[in-house]
Design a protein around this ligand. Structure first.
Ligand code: AMP
Ligand code: MG
Length: 431
């Protein structure tokens, strides 16, 4: 296969690589600093604003990890069996008042508090039990058990006074359980980031309208609403705005007033016959970039100001995505995802990158990053392989919908042969 020459688009003031654009965005952003108390049952996906400190040990007491007999492990002998007499039965949740003396043991259930004098549990299936009226006789053969076996230590899961989860954590289901295990029923969370969203373009039709010739329905707003919801953002849907400077100006002002972030799609490419660029330029310090990537070259980012540009009363960050439905989602994924999480106060959590074998040859010019919609699956040899999902035209949303990943051809990379390893960004759970 002949090599393609470098991309005509080099790096320059407005021409950036994906890495440069991501770095330029990241260098500007500081998290919001408002927080609120959220009941634990509603805290999934919320960002912790403060460390969670354990007020108690978990478990609160030494307890048994098995159903069996608890006894003093120092009575075990290396070469001979020992025989113990069971003096009580302990259920989980009912502590034993007495102590276990020499030659004694107690029948104990999983989770029951270890009685005084006992430090080891022999599971039922590892001992011989001879039931007697004055207490079971329990025979433990040599070398089946060691001192301390099957005892869960007080505080072994979480130690009192220690930070269990750090500020910036995006709470997962297991985290909610962990917090509950400490007896804590609410968390201090960052308030959710407010993202105002609108689509632009005279050729875009709202759902419910008949489709006039040459028009397309507004799909971007819905893909982006979904992507924002997946990230735990508060979405302010400002609908579809016509290519009319007054209407745009009014909606942009409303967005700045209500939101931390303004997310638009369409109208930012240089050749666009619409007013979005002018209005955005006049309303803040917006940089218009041509990013060396495919899909999704045009992209704009910067602060938008309410009121006087010199003395703004409020600022919101603009992410202006290209209008092509796939480009809008890919640029959201590449530039907006991490940025929104940073603004929301979340600790960095880069997307997982896999290496997978490309099932087909792919032609590619060095000098731009290419994102292809793809499906990752397990090959017959048990290794990951990746296959693109049909037509890669920037407007073909179906191939995005069929994809579970982006196949990423890095900036400096050239063509790929079938069987070569390539980077894959998994996006299940996001796009
Ligand atoms: P633009 O970035 O405005 O030049 O738009 C590029 C392409 O994306 C055009 O074909 C538009 O019709 C299409 N497009 C723009 N906005 C949307 C939208 N909200 N939903 C679906 N397609 C759109
Ligand atoms: Mg347009």
């Amino acid at each position: 296969m002949s090599e393609l020459g470098p991309s005509p688009l080099g790096a320059g003031e407005d021409n950036l690589s994906v890495a440069q654009a991501r770095a330029a965005i990241a260098s500007r952003l500081r998290p919001i600093d408002e927080h609120e108390t959220v009941p634990l049952a509603q805290a999934l996906g919320r960002v912790l604003a403060a460390d969670v400190i354990a007020p108690i040990d978990v478990p609160a007491h030494d307890n048994s990890a098995m159903d069996g007999y608890a006894f003093a492990g120092d009575s075990l002998r290396a070469d001979v069996a020992i025989e113990l007499r069971s003096v009580a039965t302990l259920m989980a949740g009912t502590p034993h008042r007495g102590a276990v003396g020499p030659g004694e043991c107690v029948r104990i259930m999983t989770g029951a508090v270890m009685p005084a004098g006992a430090d080891t549990v022999v599971p039922l299936e590892l001992c011989e039990v001879d039931p007697r009226a004055d207490g079971d006789r329990v025979r433990i053969a040599p070398r089946v058990i060691k001192v301390g076996d099957n005892r869960r230590r007080q505080g072994e899961d979480l130690a009192r006074g220690k930070a269990v989860l750090r500020a910036g954590r995006v709470l997962k289901p297991a985290d909610l359980g962990l917090i509950a295990s400490l007896g804590i029923d609410s968390v201090t969370a960052m308030r959710r980031l407010r993202v105002a969203l609108f689509s632009t373009g005279d050729e875009i039709a709202s759902l419910g309208e008949p489709l006039a010739p040459g028009c397309v329905y507004d799909s971007n707003r819905f893909s982006l609403i979904g992507a924002l919801q997946r990230l735990g953002m508060e979405v302010i849907d400002l609908g579809l705005v016509r290519d009319n400077p007054q209407a745009l100006q009014a909606v942009v002002q409303q967005a700045i007033a209500q939101a931390d972030v303004v997310l638009t799609s369409g109208g930012v490419s240089a050749g666009d016959a619409d007013y979005t660029r002018d209005v955005l330029k006049r309303t803040g310090e917006v940089a218009f970039w041509k990013v060396a990537m495919r899909p999704g070259r045009p992209f704009a980012f910067g602060p938008l100001y309410a009121g006087d540009l010199q003395r703004p009363t409020k600022t919101a960050w603009l992410f202006a995505l290209p209008g092509n439905p796939v480009a809008a989602l890919v640029t959201f994924y590449v530039f907006a995802r991490d940025a929104l999480l940073t603004l929301a106060g979340a600790a960095a959590q880069p997307l997982p990158v896999l290496q997978a074998r490309s099932t087909a040859a792919i032609r590619k010019r060095p000098g731009r990053t290419e994102f292809q919609r793809a499906r990752v699956s397990l090959g017959v040899d048990g290794r990951w392989e990746v296959q693109t999902t049909g037509s890669q035209g920037a407007g073909i949303l179906r191939s995005m919908s069929e994809a579970n990943a982006l196949l990423v051809l890095r900036h400096e990379q050239g063509s790929v042969a079938a069987g070569d390893p390539v980077d894959v960004w998994l996006f299940d759970g996001l796009v």
